[in-house]
Design a protein around this ligand. Structure first.
Ligand code: ADP
Ligand code: ADP
Length: 216
């Protein structure tokens, strides 16, 4: 069964803007799918609907995961909280038992290469390290579905490429289903085995391109 499925999904905002029109989309468990398309074609809307942050106007969205990882372009960390306390946040909200929570937090920090930086505050870190913290935070509940909205897009190109490499390494270890938004076709092809191409006004999924791809 699909990890994430959209069937005939449309989104019309109150002002009449149709951001998504009759979108059909399936992401299998452990599949990494990229979405490309011009600004305003509905990519972020697609993710917000997948995450449940926003409601569909028509159609159905089905997500097979107890939690969903969501990574934004910016790290969106709480500035007064340390790396560890930022990563701990979702586990706290979820009410995990303390021992399990701390074990997961430590594992996530290790996974993103931030061991030793637990007590640092966001402003004491590089941009890349802040995004690593954001990644660790999203991984702490081990979601089966991940949504990436132009992750690392605020970073310089070299740091972004390095983090994309690391994200693929994490993906091969954890095998979540991923929907990955980017405005770079090259990045989409590099990251995924399937690329969805969207068009604007109204937002439609125009084409699907399979990419011959071997993960590391
Ligand atoms: P993308 O992420 O591809 O840039 P979005 O999903 O953010 O596109 O937006 C799709 C379309 O919906 C755009 O035309 C945008 O202006 C419009 N839109 C997004 N959010 C709202 C909103 N809350 N109200 C009205 N229109 C919106
Ligand atoms: P990244 O690409 O992960 O952001 P950078 O190129 O910014 O890494 O930094 C390279 C390395 O320098 C980091 O992995 C880290 O070990 C170290 N580093 C960067 N910023 C700091 C800092 N504020 N305090 C301590 N070490 C740092």
């Amino acid at each position: 069964t699909a990890a994430l499925r959209f069937a005939g999904v449309s989104k019309r905002f109150k002002d009449g803007t149709v951001a998504l029109a009759a979108a059909d989309l399936t992401v299998a468990p452990g599949e990494f799918v990229s979405v490309v398309g011009p600004s305003g074609c509905g990519k972020s809307t697609l993710l917000r609907l997948a995450s449940g942050l926003d409601d569909v106007t028509d159609g159905t969205v089905d997500v097979q995961s107890k939690s969903v990882g969501y990574v934004f372009q910016d790290a969106t960390l709480l500035p007064w909280r340390s790396v560890r306390d930022n990563v701990r946040l979702l586990a706290e909200l979820e009410g995990l038992p303390k021992a399990e929570r701390e074990q997961r937090v430590a594992a996530a920090i290790e996974l993103v290469g931030l061991a030793g930086f637990e007590k640092h505050l966001p402003h004491e870190l590089s941009g890349g390290m802040r995004m690593r913290t954001s990644l660790a935070r999203s991984m702490v509940l081990a979601p089966d579905v991940f949504l990436f909205d132009e992750p690392f897009g605020a970073l310089d190109e070299i740091t972004r490429e390095r983090l994309n490499d690391e994200l693929l390494r994490m993906f091969t270890q954890q095998r979540f289903a991923a929907l990955f938004i980017t405005h770079s076709v090259a990045e989409a092809v590099f990251m995924s085995s399937r690329v969805l191409v969207m068009t604007a006004r109204p937002g439609r999924i125009k084409a699907e391109v399979g990419v011959p791809f071997a993960y590391p």
